[in-house]
Write a protein that binds this ligand. Structure first.
Ligand SMILES: [Zn+2]
Length: 406
Protein backbone atom coordinates (compact mmCIF):
# COMPACT_ATOMS: atom_id res chain seq x y z
CA UNK A 1 0.00 0.00 0.00
CA UNK A 2 1.28 3.45 -0.85
CA UNK A 3 0.53 6.62 1.07
CA UNK A 4 -0.92 9.37 -1.11
CA UNK A 5 1.74 11.99 -1.77
CA UNK A 6 -0.14 15.23 -1.17
CA UNK A 7 2.61 17.25 -2.85
CA UNK A 8 2.41 15.27 -6.08
CA UNK A 9 -0.79 13.45 -6.99
CA UNK A 10 -3.13 13.14 -9.92
CA UNK A 11 -6.84 12.85 -9.28
CA UNK A 12 -8.74 10.17 -11.17
CA UNK A 13 -10.66 11.37 -14.21
CA UNK A 14 -13.25 9.60 -16.33
CA UNK A 15 -10.33 8.45 -18.49
CA UNK A 16 -8.35 6.90 -15.64
CA UNK A 17 -10.07 3.50 -15.52
CA UNK A 18 -9.89 3.17 -19.29
CA UNK A 19 -6.17 4.11 -19.30
CA UNK A 20 -5.45 1.46 -16.66
CA UNK A 21 -7.44 -1.20 -18.53
CA UNK A 22 -5.73 -0.26 -21.78
CA UNK A 23 -2.28 -0.74 -20.22
CA UNK A 24 -3.37 -4.06 -18.69
CA UNK A 25 -4.68 -5.33 -22.05
CA UNK A 26 -1.58 -4.14 -23.89
CA UNK A 27 0.61 -5.96 -21.36
CA UNK A 28 -1.54 -9.11 -21.61
CA UNK A 29 -1.28 -9.03 -25.41
CA UNK A 30 2.49 -8.65 -25.08
CA UNK A 31 2.67 -11.66 -22.77
CA UNK A 32 0.20 -14.01 -24.45
CA UNK A 33 0.37 -13.04 -28.13
CA UNK A 34 -1.10 -14.24 -30.39
CA UNK A 35 -4.21 -14.03 -28.24
CA UNK A 36 -7.94 -13.89 -28.92
CA UNK A 37 -10.32 -11.31 -27.48
CA UNK A 38 -12.07 -14.10 -25.58
CA UNK A 39 -8.80 -15.10 -23.92
CA UNK A 40 -8.03 -11.46 -23.12
CA UNK A 41 -11.40 -11.24 -21.44
CA UNK A 42 -10.62 -14.40 -19.48
CA UNK A 43 -7.09 -13.24 -18.49
CA UNK A 44 -8.24 -9.76 -17.47
CA UNK A 45 -11.70 -10.37 -16.08
CA UNK A 46 -12.97 -7.50 -18.24
CA UNK A 47 -16.24 -7.87 -20.16
CA UNK A 48 -16.01 -8.87 -23.81
CA UNK A 49 -17.51 -5.53 -24.87
CA UNK A 50 -14.86 -3.59 -22.95
CA UNK A 51 -12.10 -5.76 -24.43
CA UNK A 52 -13.50 -5.24 -27.93
CA UNK A 53 -13.76 -1.50 -27.48
CA UNK A 54 -10.23 -1.05 -26.13
CA UNK A 55 -8.60 -3.44 -28.58
CA UNK A 56 -10.46 -1.64 -31.40
CA UNK A 57 -8.83 1.57 -30.25
CA UNK A 58 -5.39 -0.09 -30.03
CA UNK A 59 -5.82 -1.48 -33.56
CA UNK A 60 -6.92 1.92 -34.91
CA UNK A 61 -3.80 3.48 -33.40
CA UNK A 62 -1.67 0.66 -34.86
CA UNK A 63 -0.30 -0.53 -31.51
CA UNK A 64 -1.92 -3.91 -32.10
CA UNK A 65 -2.63 -5.88 -35.27
CA UNK A 66 -5.05 -8.65 -36.03
CA UNK A 67 -3.40 -11.80 -37.26
CA UNK A 68 -4.58 -14.75 -39.29
CA UNK A 69 -7.66 -16.64 -38.21
CA UNK A 70 -6.66 -19.78 -36.36
CA UNK A 71 -8.21 -23.01 -37.51
CA UNK A 72 -10.08 -24.59 -34.68
CA UNK A 73 -11.80 -27.96 -35.11
CA UNK A 74 -15.28 -26.51 -34.76
CA UNK A 75 -17.19 -23.48 -33.63
CA UNK A 76 -16.26 -19.81 -34.07
CA UNK A 77 -12.86 -18.98 -35.42
CA UNK A 78 -11.36 -16.18 -33.34
CA UNK A 79 -8.99 -13.64 -34.82
CA UNK A 80 -5.78 -13.38 -32.93
CA UNK A 81 -4.19 -10.18 -31.75
CA UNK A 82 -0.54 -9.34 -31.42
CA UNK A 83 1.66 -6.33 -30.85
CA UNK A 84 2.47 -4.37 -33.97
CA UNK A 85 6.20 -4.61 -33.29
CA UNK A 86 7.13 -2.72 -36.46
CA UNK A 87 5.06 0.33 -35.53
CA UNK A 88 7.67 1.95 -33.34
CA UNK A 89 11.36 1.81 -32.70
CA UNK A 90 13.41 2.64 -29.66
CA UNK A 91 17.06 3.61 -29.70
CA UNK A 92 19.17 2.38 -26.80
CA UNK A 93 22.74 3.39 -26.02
CA UNK A 94 25.04 1.84 -23.46
CA UNK A 95 27.98 4.08 -22.58
CA UNK A 96 30.94 2.46 -20.83
CA UNK A 97 34.33 4.05 -20.14
CA UNK A 98 35.93 2.61 -23.30
CA UNK A 99 33.17 1.34 -25.56
CA UNK A 100 29.66 2.42 -26.42
CA UNK A 101 26.93 0.16 -27.84
CA UNK A 102 24.07 1.46 -29.90
CA UNK A 103 20.94 -0.53 -30.64
CA UNK A 104 17.66 -0.06 -32.41
CA UNK A 105 14.88 -2.23 -31.02
CA UNK A 106 11.36 -2.72 -32.25
CA UNK A 107 8.38 -2.11 -30.06
CA UNK A 108 8.44 -5.69 -28.76
CA UNK A 109 11.97 -5.09 -27.46
CA UNK A 110 13.72 -7.14 -30.17
CA UNK A 111 17.02 -5.77 -31.46
CA UNK A 112 17.03 -4.81 -35.14
CA UNK A 113 20.49 -3.23 -35.13
CA UNK A 114 23.43 -3.49 -32.72
CA UNK A 115 26.69 -1.60 -33.16
CA UNK A 116 29.77 -0.87 -31.08
CA UNK A 117 31.98 2.19 -31.25
CA UNK A 118 34.79 3.56 -29.06
CA UNK A 119 33.34 5.89 -26.44
CA UNK A 120 33.89 9.43 -27.75
CA UNK A 121 36.27 11.55 -25.68
CA UNK A 122 33.76 14.26 -24.84
CA UNK A 123 29.98 14.59 -24.52
CA UNK A 124 30.02 17.01 -27.46
CA UNK A 125 31.63 14.42 -29.76
CA UNK A 126 29.29 11.77 -28.35
CA UNK A 127 26.21 13.84 -29.22
CA UNK A 128 27.57 14.53 -32.71
CA UNK A 129 28.41 10.91 -33.54
CA UNK A 130 25.29 9.37 -32.01
CA UNK A 131 22.93 11.85 -33.64
CA UNK A 132 24.42 11.26 -37.05
CA UNK A 133 24.10 7.48 -36.69
CA UNK A 134 20.51 7.77 -35.46
CA UNK A 135 19.60 9.90 -38.46
CA UNK A 136 21.14 7.31 -40.81
CA UNK A 137 19.36 4.39 -39.12
CA UNK A 138 16.04 6.24 -39.09
CA UNK A 139 16.31 6.66 -42.87
CA UNK A 140 16.84 2.91 -43.23
CA UNK A 141 13.58 2.21 -41.34
CA UNK A 142 11.22 4.88 -42.71
CA UNK A 143 8.07 2.91 -41.76
CA UNK A 144 8.79 3.35 -38.05
CA UNK A 145 7.95 6.11 -35.68
CA UNK A 146 10.37 6.46 -32.78
CA UNK A 147 9.34 6.29 -29.16
CA UNK A 148 12.55 7.70 -27.82
CA UNK A 149 16.20 7.28 -27.00
CA UNK A 150 17.42 5.74 -23.75
CA UNK A 151 21.02 6.12 -22.61
CA UNK A 152 22.55 3.83 -19.98
CA UNK A 153 25.48 5.49 -18.19
CA UNK A 154 28.05 4.51 -15.58
CA UNK A 155 26.85 7.23 -13.24
CA UNK A 156 23.83 8.36 -11.27
CA UNK A 157 21.44 10.88 -12.72
CA UNK A 158 19.03 13.03 -10.76
CA UNK A 159 15.59 11.78 -11.87
CA UNK A 160 14.09 15.27 -11.71
CA UNK A 161 16.79 17.44 -13.29
CA UNK A 162 18.38 14.66 -15.45
CA UNK A 163 21.80 15.98 -14.43
CA UNK A 164 24.72 13.85 -13.31
CA UNK A 165 25.02 13.55 -9.57
CA UNK A 166 27.75 10.94 -9.21
CA UNK A 167 29.88 9.40 -11.96
CA UNK A 168 33.39 8.59 -10.72
CA UNK A 169 34.20 6.15 -13.55
CA UNK A 170 32.67 8.00 -16.50
CA UNK A 171 35.28 10.63 -17.36
CA UNK A 172 33.61 13.41 -19.37
CA UNK A 173 34.29 15.99 -16.69
CA UNK A 174 33.25 18.88 -18.91
CA UNK A 175 30.16 19.59 -21.02
CA UNK A 176 28.23 16.63 -19.64
CA UNK A 177 25.62 18.52 -17.67
CA UNK A 178 23.33 19.26 -20.59
CA UNK A 179 23.61 15.84 -22.20
CA UNK A 180 19.86 15.23 -22.27
CA UNK A 181 19.04 18.62 -23.80
CA UNK A 182 21.86 18.37 -26.34
CA UNK A 183 20.76 14.88 -27.43
CA UNK A 184 17.12 15.92 -27.66
CA UNK A 185 17.95 19.01 -29.69
CA UNK A 186 20.21 17.05 -31.99
CA UNK A 187 18.04 13.93 -32.55
CA UNK A 188 14.53 15.32 -32.11
CA UNK A 189 13.76 12.33 -29.86
CA UNK A 190 12.65 12.22 -26.24
CA UNK A 191 15.77 11.23 -24.31
CA UNK A 192 16.00 9.33 -21.02
CA UNK A 193 19.26 9.00 -19.12
CA UNK A 194 19.54 6.15 -16.64
CA UNK A 195 22.17 4.51 -14.48
CA UNK A 196 23.53 1.26 -15.92
CA UNK A 197 22.82 -0.86 -12.85
CA UNK A 198 19.26 0.45 -12.77
CA UNK A 199 19.01 -0.49 -16.46
CA UNK A 200 20.21 -4.03 -15.62
CA UNK A 201 17.60 -4.35 -12.86
CA UNK A 202 14.87 -3.20 -15.28
CA UNK A 203 16.10 -5.62 -17.94
CA UNK A 204 15.71 -8.54 -15.55
CA UNK A 205 12.36 -7.24 -14.30
CA UNK A 206 10.90 -6.83 -17.81
CA UNK A 207 12.63 -9.53 -19.83
CA UNK A 208 14.06 -12.00 -17.29
CA UNK A 209 13.10 -15.65 -17.11
CA UNK A 210 11.96 -15.45 -13.49
CA UNK A 211 8.40 -16.21 -12.42
CA UNK A 212 5.62 -13.67 -12.78
CA UNK A 213 5.11 -12.14 -9.36
CA UNK A 214 8.82 -11.63 -8.61
CA UNK A 215 8.79 -7.96 -7.58
CA UNK A 216 12.10 -7.53 -5.74
CA UNK A 217 15.14 -7.76 -7.98
CA UNK A 218 18.62 -6.44 -7.41
CA UNK A 219 21.11 -6.21 -10.27
CA UNK A 220 24.80 -6.07 -9.48
CA UNK A 221 26.75 -4.77 -12.48
CA UNK A 222 30.35 -5.79 -12.04
CA UNK A 223 32.78 -4.05 -14.36
CA UNK A 224 35.40 -1.33 -13.77
CA UNK A 225 33.41 -0.69 -10.58
CA UNK A 226 30.33 -2.21 -8.95
CA UNK A 227 26.90 -0.70 -9.57
CA UNK A 228 23.76 -1.85 -7.84
CA UNK A 229 20.27 -1.30 -9.24
CA UNK A 230 17.17 -2.10 -7.22
CA UNK A 231 13.60 -2.89 -8.20
CA UNK A 232 11.74 -3.21 -4.91
CA UNK A 233 7.98 -3.77 -4.70
CA UNK A 234 7.98 -3.57 -8.50
CA UNK A 235 9.47 -0.08 -8.63
CA UNK A 236 12.91 1.18 -9.48
CA UNK A 237 14.44 2.74 -6.37
CA UNK A 238 16.40 5.90 -7.07
CA UNK A 239 16.13 7.96 -3.90
CA UNK A 240 15.38 11.69 -3.94
CA UNK A 241 18.56 12.63 -5.83
CA UNK A 242 19.09 9.48 -7.89
CA UNK A 243 22.04 8.02 -5.99
CA UNK A 244 20.29 5.16 -4.12
CA UNK A 245 22.03 1.84 -4.66
CA UNK A 246 25.64 2.95 -4.40
CA UNK A 247 26.63 -0.08 -2.35
CA UNK A 248 29.80 -0.23 -4.45
CA UNK A 249 31.02 2.78 -2.50
CA UNK A 250 30.27 1.47 0.96
CA UNK A 251 33.48 1.09 3.01
CA UNK A 252 34.37 -2.49 3.75
CA UNK A 253 37.91 -1.77 5.00
CA UNK A 254 39.06 1.42 6.67
CA UNK A 255 42.65 0.95 5.54
CA UNK A 256 41.78 -0.06 1.96
CA UNK A 257 43.09 1.54 -1.23
CA UNK A 258 41.72 4.88 -2.35
CA UNK A 259 38.68 4.61 -4.59
CA UNK A 260 37.81 6.79 -7.62
CA UNK A 261 34.97 8.27 -5.52
CA UNK A 262 37.41 9.76 -2.97
CA UNK A 263 36.66 7.29 -0.16
CA UNK A 264 39.01 4.50 0.96
CA UNK A 265 38.31 0.76 1.02
CA UNK A 266 35.01 0.77 -0.92
CA UNK A 267 33.40 -2.56 -1.85
CA UNK A 268 34.26 -1.95 -5.51
CA UNK A 269 38.00 -1.69 -4.84
CA UNK A 270 37.78 -5.35 -3.68
CA UNK A 271 35.03 -6.90 -5.81
CA UNK A 272 35.35 -5.28 -9.27
CA UNK A 273 37.26 -6.25 -12.42
CA UNK A 274 39.77 -3.53 -11.51
CA UNK A 275 40.29 -5.21 -8.15
CA UNK A 276 40.96 -8.64 -9.69
CA UNK A 277 43.57 -7.11 -11.99
CA UNK A 278 45.17 -5.39 -9.00
CA UNK A 279 45.23 -8.68 -7.07
CA UNK A 280 46.86 -10.35 -10.06
CA UNK A 281 49.48 -7.62 -10.43
CA UNK A 282 50.24 -7.89 -6.72
CA UNK A 283 50.61 -11.64 -6.96
CA UNK A 284 52.84 -11.59 -10.03
CA UNK A 285 54.96 -8.59 -9.12
CA UNK A 286 58.04 -9.02 -7.00
CA UNK A 287 57.86 -5.36 -6.14
CA UNK A 288 56.26 -4.61 -2.82
CA UNK A 289 54.75 -1.33 -3.95
CA UNK A 290 52.16 -1.30 -6.67
CA UNK A 291 52.40 2.02 -8.47
CA UNK A 292 49.79 4.56 -7.43
CA UNK A 293 47.61 3.46 -4.52
CA UNK A 294 44.32 4.10 -6.33
CA UNK A 295 42.57 2.03 -8.95
CA UNK A 296 43.31 2.31 -12.63
CA UNK A 297 40.38 1.65 -14.94
CA UNK A 298 41.12 -1.53 -16.88
CA UNK A 299 39.91 -2.05 -20.40
CA UNK A 300 37.51 -4.93 -20.93
CA UNK A 301 40.30 -6.64 -22.91
CA UNK A 302 42.64 -6.65 -19.90
CA UNK A 303 40.05 -8.33 -17.73
CA UNK A 304 39.10 -10.77 -20.51
CA UNK A 305 42.80 -11.70 -20.72
CA UNK A 306 42.85 -12.38 -16.98
CA UNK A 307 39.75 -14.57 -17.30
CA UNK A 308 41.38 -16.45 -20.18
CA UNK A 309 44.51 -17.07 -18.08
CA UNK A 310 42.39 -18.43 -15.24
CA UNK A 311 40.49 -20.64 -17.69
CA UNK A 312 43.79 -22.02 -19.02
CA UNK A 313 44.76 -23.01 -15.48
CA UNK A 314 47.10 -20.13 -14.56
CA UNK A 315 47.11 -20.54 -10.77
CA UNK A 316 47.78 -16.87 -9.91
CA UNK A 317 45.06 -15.64 -12.28
CA UNK A 318 42.67 -18.14 -10.70
CA UNK A 319 43.57 -16.94 -7.21
CA UNK A 320 42.95 -13.31 -8.24
CA UNK A 321 39.50 -14.25 -9.58
CA UNK A 322 38.72 -16.26 -6.42
CA UNK A 323 39.71 -13.30 -4.25
CA UNK A 324 37.42 -11.02 -6.25
CA UNK A 325 34.59 -13.60 -5.90
CA UNK A 326 35.18 -13.77 -2.15
CA UNK A 327 34.71 -10.00 -1.83
CA UNK A 328 31.72 -10.05 -4.19
CA UNK A 329 30.17 -12.70 -1.94
CA UNK A 330 30.64 -10.67 1.23
CA UNK A 331 28.93 -7.70 -0.44
CA UNK A 332 26.11 -9.97 -1.61
CA UNK A 333 25.66 -11.12 1.98
CA UNK A 334 25.08 -7.45 2.89
CA UNK A 335 22.42 -7.16 0.15
CA UNK A 336 20.73 -10.44 1.12
CA UNK A 337 20.69 -9.57 4.82
CA UNK A 338 19.70 -5.93 4.39
CA UNK A 339 17.21 -6.07 1.53
CA UNK A 340 16.18 -9.76 1.22
CA UNK A 341 15.21 -9.55 -2.48
CA UNK A 342 13.69 -12.44 -4.45
CA UNK A 343 16.61 -12.38 -6.82
CA UNK A 344 20.09 -10.95 -7.24
CA UNK A 345 21.26 -10.99 -10.85
CA UNK A 346 24.95 -10.60 -11.58
CA UNK A 347 25.94 -8.83 -14.77
CA UNK A 348 29.47 -8.64 -16.12
CA UNK A 349 32.39 -10.47 -17.68
CA UNK A 350 32.97 -12.39 -14.43
CA UNK A 351 29.87 -14.49 -15.19
CA UNK A 352 31.94 -16.24 -17.87
CA UNK A 353 33.58 -18.15 -14.99
CA UNK A 354 30.29 -18.60 -13.14
CA UNK A 355 30.88 -22.26 -12.30
CA UNK A 356 34.05 -21.16 -10.51
CA UNK A 357 32.78 -18.01 -8.77
CA UNK A 358 29.22 -19.06 -7.88
CA UNK A 359 30.22 -21.53 -5.13
CA UNK A 360 32.55 -18.91 -3.60
CA UNK A 361 29.80 -16.27 -3.62
CA UNK A 362 27.26 -18.69 -2.12
CA UNK A 363 29.74 -19.81 0.53
CA UNK A 364 30.27 -16.19 1.63
CA UNK A 365 26.52 -15.57 1.78
CA UNK A 366 26.00 -18.72 3.89
CA UNK A 367 28.88 -17.72 6.16
CA UNK A 368 27.67 -14.16 6.76
CA UNK A 369 23.89 -14.01 6.37
CA UNK A 370 21.67 -15.71 8.95
CA UNK A 371 18.27 -14.18 8.24
CA UNK A 372 17.04 -17.08 6.06
CA UNK A 373 16.18 -14.67 3.26
CA UNK A 374 15.10 -16.78 0.27
CA UNK A 375 17.22 -14.90 -2.26
CA UNK A 376 18.27 -16.61 -5.47
CA UNK A 377 21.59 -15.58 -7.03
CA UNK A 378 21.91 -15.91 -10.78
CA UNK A 379 24.18 -14.81 -13.60
CA UNK A 380 23.00 -12.85 -16.60
CA UNK A 381 25.03 -13.87 -19.62
CA UNK A 382 26.51 -11.12 -21.83
CA UNK A 383 24.39 -12.35 -24.75
CA UNK A 384 21.31 -10.82 -23.13
CA UNK A 385 22.87 -7.34 -23.33
CA UNK A 386 21.21 -6.31 -20.06
CA UNK A 387 22.20 -2.62 -20.14
CA UNK A 388 20.78 -2.12 -23.64
CA UNK A 389 17.69 -4.21 -22.96
CA UNK A 390 17.10 -2.41 -19.70
CA UNK A 391 17.36 1.05 -21.18
CA UNK A 392 14.92 -0.01 -23.90
CA UNK A 393 12.58 -1.39 -21.20
CA UNK A 394 12.84 1.98 -19.51
CA UNK A 395 11.45 3.71 -22.60
CA UNK A 396 8.88 0.92 -23.20
CA UNK A 397 7.48 1.06 -19.68
CA UNK A 398 5.88 4.38 -20.51
CA UNK A 399 3.37 2.43 -22.59
CA UNK A 400 3.23 -0.87 -20.70
CA UNK A 401 3.95 0.23 -17.15
CA UNK A 402 1.41 0.92 -14.43
CA UNK A 403 0.04 4.45 -14.73
CA UNK A 404 1.48 7.04 -12.32
CA UNK A 405 -1.67 7.79 -10.36
CA UNK A 406 -1.65 9.10 -6.82
ZN1 LIG B 1 34.26 4.45 -3.74
Amino acid sequence: MRKIDLSNFQVATSETARDINRRILLSLIRKHQPVSRADLSRHSGLQRSTVSSITGELIAERWVTEGAVHDLPRGRKPTFLHLNAARSGIFGINVRPFTTNLALADWAGRFLVQETLPTPASPKEFVGQISQRIRELSKLHPQMTYEGLGVSLPGRIDPYTQRFVFAPNLGWEREREDLKQQLEASTGLAVELENEANACALSEFWFGKHLEGVRNIIAVAVSEGIGVGMVLNGQLVRGPSGVAGEFGHVTIRDDGPKCACGNHGCWEVYGSNSAALRFYREKTSRRKRQGPAGLRLPTAAEFEALLARAERGDALAGEAIDEMAHHLGSGFAMLVTGLAPDLIVVVGEITRLWSRVEPIINREIRRRSFTHAATRIMASGPATRPRLRGIIAFVLQKRFGAPPII
